[in-house]
Design a protein around this ligand. Structure first.
Ligand SMILES: Nc1ncnc2c1ncn2[C@@H]1O[C@H](COP(=O)(O)OP(=O)(O)OP(=O)(O)O)[C@@H](O)[C@H]1O
Ligand SMILES: Cc1ncc(CO)c(N)n1
Length: 264
């Protein structure tokens, strides 16, 4: 069976972070593993508190998995501090996974800073060059590119800026713009607009985590980058269409199982 590792924060509410990632891996028929970088006390409304995990045990969670089980694809989510970013970067340099999908998580839907503001420079310097794909939403793409993004044409300019920081490819998610949520892919050579249809719902907690995990799972299974992204986009669109109206705030995406049967 193919394997995927998420290096991310835990969401006690189960909608985002490690929990969303593992549910996605499982739904797509990939064996999911985790290295937890932070514990968040969180629900559909707010992030109540955060405890970052010690660097030594973040390092050990990653090495334990690589040195025994093996990893077909890595997904990176919340990394709270500069120290955590450097620890993860060192591990990736050592184990050189074939696919690394970086979701540059910065601020939660409720406005809580999940990444220290002064650590963005380290994300740029240490992690972007090690990533096969980076998947910013609009506010994250503005910070990574240094450009304001008001419309789809602005996304093209931001992609060009971000690719210069060294990732294999960029996918800017258009969910935060008005209109249909189209995402823009750029690998330094070609642009592809991955079209979406807006689902009218407030239940979009963990959608970014789910999309990046679905891409990682599809790459682990051997799909090429563009196919992995297109299939992940179908997965997140249905997961939002069937999202759960639980809690008082942004409910979670629904991780329906696409995979039944045996794998070898
Ligand atoms: N209402 C919606 N209907 C359909 N697709 C959507 C909707 N909102 C977002 N999407 C899509 O969901 C995916 C995730 O994008 P989004 O911009 O929500 O990520 P995000 O802000 O990083 O999410 P989060 O921080 O909650 O994890 C993208 O493919 C985006 O186009
Ligand atoms: C732990 C965690 N990771 C990512 C997100 C996405 O915003 C979140 N809300 N919580």
């Amino acid at each position: 069976m193919k394997t995927a590792l998420t290096i991310a924060g835990s969401d006690s509410g189960g909608g985002a972070g490690i929990q969303a990632d593992l549910k996605t891996f499982s739904a797509l028929g990939v064996f999911g593993m985790s290295a937890i970088t932070a514990i968040t006390a969180q629900n559909t409304v707010e992030v109540r508190s955060v405890q970052n995990i010690d660097l030594d045990i973040i390092h050990d969670q990653i090495s334990a998995v690589f040195e025994d089980i093996g990893v077909n694809a890595v997904k990176i989510g919340m990394l709270g501090t500069s120290g955590i970013i450097k620890t993860v970067a060192k591990s990736l340099e050592k184990y050189k996974p074939e696919h690394t999908i970086l979701d540059p998580v910065m601020v939660s839907k409720g406005g809580h800073h999940l990444l220290e503001r002064n650590a963005v420079a380290d994300l740029n310097e240490f992690l972007l060059p090690l990533s096969s794909l980076v998947t910013p939403n609009i506010p994250e793409a503005e910070i990574l590119s240094g450009l304001k993004i008001h419309s789809e044409p602005d996304m093209y300019l931001a992609c060009r800026e971000i690719i210069d920081k060294g990732p294999g490819a960029v996918l800017i998610k258009g969910g935060h713009l008005d209109g249909d949520p189209n995402d823009l892919f750029y690998d330094g050579k070609q642009f592809h607009l991955i079209k979406g249809e807006r689902v009218e719902t407030k239940n979009v907690h963990g959608t970014g985590c789910t999309l990046s995990s679905a891409i990682a799972a599809n790459l682990a299974k051997g799909e090429n980058m563009l196919t992995a992204i297109e299939n992940a986009k179908d997965y997140i669109t249905t997961a939002i269409a069937e999202s759960l109206d639980i809690g008082q705030g942004h409910g979670p995406a629904h991780h329906f199982h696409q995979f039944y049967g045996h794998v070898h």
